[in-house]
Ligand binder design. Structure first.
Ligand code: FE
Length: 347
């Protein structure tokens, strides 16, 4: 896995050098700049920016911080904000940015063609650039606790004292609940949540990696986590991580129903962007194959553009059908999801 990602970096470096010798490439300072506000920070992101600059001559200025902080910053900078693009993870955070009024529609036939409809905001306010699925894991030694093929099974009384999942304030859970509300309505989603709470092995705590470790150790028999955490452990060279990885098995929920809940890493064009053309150029570049490989694989996610391969650790998690619900729906139902969690007593 490590080898293949290094290989792809060098291939990209080569292809951008080739691009530089073409006449449409770098024309120095006149190509301008791009101000990127990003809550993502992976090693491969640096290569992404460098390759883009090498191919276009557009200089990338990067500001990294948490998503909520960046949204606040763009709001407070107002008309004078230098921000062109906001990159963040989870549809819930893109929704917060949309609600804050800091996005404008992206108009790009290239993005419309490359990205499936569920990876694009209906009014073009953001695009999804990579995907993660929220899946069920169980303790391998204890075996598959049946029934366990869908999220609904997490609420089955057969699983009392077995389920570990993080708190209801976590955005991944809020977006999962938003999907449940979309799919089954608030009343049924609340009933489901109450059933899951009744099955908690412990009070919600820790992050997704913490849930995987707790399932591996047997503290919990069942957990709910994002796929990239599983792939990260599987690809780790640390023997302790390898041990944890092989002590859990994965279930892609909903394969007989709507499919497994997926969420996105995505980007929106800031409404006051001083360099909107460069911003759209960058988004189009991010949907090219070499950039998708860096962007998605840097965090063991699924590329948003169909037909591009995930890392081997991700592929080895297995194939599945994804819930095609537009990530915008996850945004719309954020507030309802939080209320459902509250009523169900999910800490
Ligand atoms: Fe995460």
């Amino acid at each position: 896995m490590r080898f293949s990602s290094l290989l792809s970096v060098s291939l990209i470096a080569f292809s951008t050098l080739t691009a530089c010798s073409d006449d449409d490439a770098s024309d120095g300072a006149s190509a301008g700049e791009l101000n990127l506000y990003s809550s993502r920070h992976y090693d491969t992101d640096i290569a992404l920016y460098e390759n883009f600059t090498a191919a276009t001559g557009i200089k990338v200025n990067l500001i990294e911080a948490g998503a909520d902080e960046l949204i606040e910053r763009i709001k407070s900078e107002g008309e004078a904000s230098p921000a062109d693009l906001l990159i963040t993870v989870d549809a819930g955070r893109l929704w917060r940015a949309e609600q804050a009024g800091i996005f404008q529609p992206i108009d790009s036939p290239i993005l419309n063609e490359r990205l499936p409809e569920n990876m694009r905001h209906p009014d073009g306010l953001w695009v999804g650039l990579s995907k993660r699925a929220r899946v069920i894991v169980y303790n391998a030694e204890a075996g598959l606790p049946e029934p366990l093929s869908d999220y609904s099974d997490l609420a089955n009384p057969a699983h009392q004292d077995k389920v570990c999942i993080r708190s209801s304030s976590n955005i991944y859970n809020i977006s999962l609940m938003a999907a449940m509300v979309s799919r089954m309505g608030e009343a049924a989603a609340e009933e489901w949540a109450a059933g899951v709470v009744a099955n908690f092995a412990r009070t919600p705590q820790s992050n997704d990696t913490g849930q995987i470790r707790a399932v591996a150790s047997g503290e919990c028999q069942i957990g709910v986590v994002n796929t990239y955490y599983l792939a990260r452990l599987a690809a780790s060279e640390d023997p302790a991580d390898q041990e944890v990885s092989s002590a859990v098995e994965i279930v892609f929920p909903g394969q007989k129903g709507n499919g497994t809940h997926v969420n996105i890493s995505g980007a929106g064009l800031v409404s006051t962007s001083p360099n909107p053309e460069n911003a759209i150029k960058f988004l189009e570049y991010l949907t090219s194959e070499p950039a998708q490989l860096l962007f998605a694989n840097g965090n063991n996610e699924y590329p948003a553009v169909p037909g591009i391969a995930a890392t081997s650790a991700v592929v080895e998690l297995g194939e599945f059908n994804e819930d095609m619900l537009n990530a915008y729906e996850l945004g719309i139902n954020q507030a309802a999801a939080i209320m459902v969690f509250d009523r169900a007593g999910w800490k």
